[in-house]
Write a protein that binds this ligand. Structure first.
Ligand SMILES: Cc1cc2nc3c(=O)[nH]c(=O)nc-3n(C[C@H](O)[C@H](O)[C@H](O)COP(=O)(O)OP(=O)(O)OC[C@H]3O[C@@H](n4cnc5c(N)ncnc54)[C@H](O)[C@@H]3O)c2cc1C
Length: 486
């Protein structure tokens, strides 16, 4: 062991909700725990630090009705039915290929749903308070819960509890690769400390809670393609997540899981310098690209279920940008500050041509698009709180709900790009958060939680990422402490 080596029972990589839940749970289980965090202390906590942390929960004690179903519907691609059939067997009898398969493992999802209430109750023990949240737009399921003070409150509560019990967080220290013994068990990590100092941390187990690869330009291009250039991080926290947790485990044979070619997309105002400046007002008006043309159904269904798909369409437009065009009457909604979270005022003009000039798009194209859209609007009952079915007629693309003409000056526009909130690709784990190799066997001593474990495909199951970090971080910490005792 080098001079710089550090020894503990459990080495946790990352200091967001996944890493901190793991660290505190392992500590409670009697283990000595070290946490490595790439960020300096005043920026610790990754994406968790910046999120409002909506939770797909009806109450502290119950997940939302569609919780497991949403994962099942988005479980993967066209899965091999013969393998899916095997999931009905006892897990001990699953064939190796199934244990290593990339899909939303129903047992992992079942554990997630079962443990979520216990985890929130556990978090309350650290002074976290959960509140019912009135979601400002139409959702497919009940209102969500959120911790008072958002993700920042979670980071502060857990980091404080960890520190009070003697836990040490090594800041500005980034894990780079895993150390294994001759039996293939993971026994530590190699890391880079301040001033590029090489360090080795040894432990009986390593828990990877170090986010996805949003902050790694090379991995982004490799997995998400060249258009990832047009994505902007949802928060500064993304920049610390450079994918080493995933890469270092794949390098020792871990199985991948989650949709590596996709990510959670959210519509954002590119002019804002806030975390999460989402623009959810576009269903009230229309979306046009830089050429002044519509390209998508702006009201296909409940906003929480559809904004990701709409945002992907925006990203596919020239320059990865679109503009929500409304008039001032249409922009009057019940919760304006919640559906427009940007601090930057919209572009505004008394004429559509004037608006187009500000947006650097052909004025005649915007005028023609709005005229065609207005012509396709029909009289009917408008209701922003329901899918009112007030649809356009005879125009492509159709707008399926909330279609009212854009007529009353002044006209306004919000620019919208796709943000990247989190990457979907990660590591295959068991319901105990143990990382599995490509042969379907557990890699002894290695756990993953949060964004580092893969579970999402197609359409993100909204308001479950913080929860996933908390639930599987806690499970990993408890299991690692137990393993430490035997
Ligand atoms: C503005 C915003 C709003 C959001 N809204 C919601 C929401 O309402 N509900 C929801 O569920 N999700 C939401 N999300 C997503 C959610 O915040 C994250 O997916 C979740 O917090 C991830 O937790 P994590 O612990 O896995 O990763 P993170 O919180 O990102 O933590 C990862 C940690 O690992 C550290 N790290 C990375 N690499 C290394 C390394 N090699 N060595 C050491 N440390 C490393 C990072 O510095 C960071 O501290 C939102 C995100 C943002 C930005």
């Amino acid at each position: 062991m080098s001079d710089a080596a550090m020894q503990s029972d459990v080495v946790v990589v990352g200091c967001g909700i996944a890493g901190l839940a793991a660290a505190v749970a392992a500590q409670q289980g009697g283990a000595r725990v070290i946490v490595l965090e790439r960020a300096p202390e005043d920026e610790r906590g990754g994406n968790t630090r910046y999120t409002g942390a909506w939770l797909r929960m009806k109450s502290v004690d119950e997940v939302s009705d569609d919780f497991t179903e949403h994962f099942a519907v988005n479980a993967g691609g066209y899965l091999d039915p013969s393998l899916v059939h095997e999931t009905s067997k006892d897990r001990g009898n699953w064939p190796p290929n199934l244990r290593a398969m990339s899909f939303a493992d129903p047992e992992v999802v079942a554990t997630f749903a079962e443990e979520a209430p216990k985890t929130l109750n556990w978090l309350q023990g650290f002074g976290v308070r959960f509140e019912k949240l009135e979601v400002p737009f139409l959702t497919s399921v009940q209102p969500r819960m959120a911790p008072h003070g958002g993700g920042f409150a979670l980071v502060e509560a857990l980091a404080t509890a960890f520190g009070k019990k003697g836990g040490i967080i090594h800041y500005s220290t980034a894990a780079q690769s895993l150390i294994q013994n001759d039996d293939g068990a993971v026994t530590g990590v190699r890391a880079t400390g301040p001033r590029n100092k090489p360090l080795e941390y040894r432990g009986k187990t390593v828990i990877l809670g170090c986010g996805g690869f949003e902050g790694n330009a090379e991995m982004m291009s490799r997995y998400l393609g060249p258009r990832s250039l047009f994505l902007r991080s949802m928060s500064k926290g993304c920049h610390y997540n450079k994918g080493e947790g995933i890469a270092m485990a794949l390098a020792i044979g871990a199985a991948p899981c989650g949709d590596f070619g996709s990510f959670h997309a959210s519509p954002m105002d590119p002019r804002s310098d806030r975390a999460g400046p989402s623009i959810y007002i576009y269903p009230q008006g229309i979306l046009v690209n830089q050429n002044g043309q519509r390209f998508v159904d702006e009201g296909p269904g409940p906003t929480d279920e559809t904004y990701e798909g709409v945002t992907r369409e925006i990203n596919a437009q020239p320059g990865g940008i679109a503009y929500a065009i409304l008039d001032t009457t249409l922009a009057k909604v019940a919760h304006p500050e919640s559906v427009v979270r940007s601090e930057v005022p919209p572009y505004q003009s008394d004429t559509l041509a004037g608006l187009a000039e500000q947006l650097k798009m052909p004025p005649d194209a915007l005028e023609a698009t709005v005229a065609a859209y207005n012509h396709a609007c029909v009289p009917g009952h408008y209701d922003e709180a329901t899918m009112d079915g007030l649809a356009t007629r005879g125009i492509t693309p159709r707008k399926s709900n909330w279609a009212r003409p854009i007529t009353q000056a002044p006209f306004i526009a919000y620019p919208i790009i796709s943000s990247i909130v989190l990457t979907f690709g990660g590591l295959r784990v068991t319901p105990q958060a143990q990382v599995v190799n490509q042969q379907g066997d557990v890699i002894p001593g290695l756990y993953a939680a949060g964004e580092t474990m893969g579970l999402y495909y197609r359409n993100y199951t909204g308001a479950t990422s913080v929860l996933k970090g908390a639930v599987f971080g806690r499970i990993a910490g408890m299991d690692a402490a137990k393993a430490n005792r035997v």
